[in-house]
Design a protein. Sequence first.
Length: 553
Amino acid sequence: MTSQSYAKGDTTPPLIEQTIGDFFDAMVARQPERDALISHHEGRRFTYRELQTASNQLASALLRTGLVPGDRIGIWSHNNAAWVLMQLATAKAGLILVNINPAYRTAEVEYALNKVGCKALVTMPRFKTSEYLGMLRELGSARLPQLKNIWWIDRAGEADEAGAQRFSALLATGDAQDARVAQVQETLKAGDPINIQFTSGTTGFPKGATLTHRNILNNGFFIGECMKLSPADRLCIPVPLYHCFGMVLGNLACLTHGSAIVYPNDGFDPLTVLETVQTEKCTGLHGVPTMFIAELDHPRFAQFDLSTLRTGIMAGSPCPIEVMKRVVEKMHMAEVTIAYGMTETSPVSCQSSTDTPLEKRVATVGTVQPHLEIKIVDPETGAVVPRGERGEFCTRGYSVMHGYWDDAEKTAEAIDAEGWMHTGDLATMDAEGYVNIVGRIKDMVIRGGENIYPREIEEFLYRHPKVQDVQVVGLPDKKYGEELCAWIIAKPGQQVSEEEVREFCKGQIAHYKVPRYIRFVDAFPMTVTGKIQKFKIRDEMKAILKLDEEKTA
């Protein structure tokens, strides 16, 4: 099948068939005194033994509240020590951890908590403009009938909060030696659901992707293998934990390799990332492209010693080739890897390794992960396309989710009868099996019968010396059906004009690929995880230009 866009991953080493709790306990036994967690902004540090003791204590406390294996408990918080304690404690107690997006507002959190029937919730009291406890008080017990307990992540000296109990008080009720924790842990199986993550669709309500110990523990392990992680590594994780990038590519990649987890801050801030990498001598750094751009372009970037960096992952949205080159050169991350996947696949399906040639590493998302199959199919017929041709990326294997919580219909739409997860992403596969994501099926622009892939135009415009970041979308047009629109963020201190951009394109790319509309902006609309919301760019431009799809269609 080498001429077709199909590939199967290695089957060594074998899949881990333990639960997260059992695997973690075995790691603790091997290296109890090594650093496991450093929460820089909280000034908290845990060795592997200390992290095990605290998570056992929390598991005991949760079970003593009356929660039983299979119950759902939410975590609504940015990055902190309480988050990773919850991740480990729920896995040991057999509770299903429900990740709530910190950007959610009242209606969204009401929907999420009720959709999966959360009986308890651990939350930050507030963050910037988000009043989490205020939103929960506003909803009240009538609108959250199944929610029985709310614990807020408190710090010493803070006043009590109405309608919620302190997380520190909950922890104090637990016993790290509680025999019940070990008894419950023994009854759990690798195939048990352990985590629900809401996928942020651009339309309709979010769906609760339900993941098992087997899903995320193995994915974390193989991600760490690609990065060649070891107990000597210290990984800086500025990406949010509520998303797979933080909790799987970050926490679980570290915990499966005995490495140290390092949180620079609760929310992303480029300066604290640079400070933390230097102070903690981090060897790895994760981020979405916008985060790496913010770090590289920070006015104080040159003041920091980043020479300890070796590896890390750039993922979350397509990784611009020019940005990758700067990360390798300026941040010493010669072994940076690219990962590609989606929440429903735990999340990573393809990844480059530290020794993938740089040109392949910057231009592709690597090759198939172990124990997985991938194929690229014609979206219309479902037939596997020849190598080099575009089609929809599909994946099958241990990483495919248990399903969408309480939504058999949506699950069946995403996972076909043969177990293939259909991603909605357009991709190509080369002769060596390297995959390139060329866009979303829904993002493709058809201008006058020509298929245009925004990613291609973005990659070209990134080469302009004054362009820091760019996003390209299609807008309705009476004559051609669709026209291209580019939103551009200029590099700090640079001025760039529409004429300069068009002149740069002239003779370099086909005339129909030159954006008709060019707008200079300071930022893009994006999710908390750094995913650009192209539909918002489209909607805003349609409003500004008074374009009506019905009339132009």
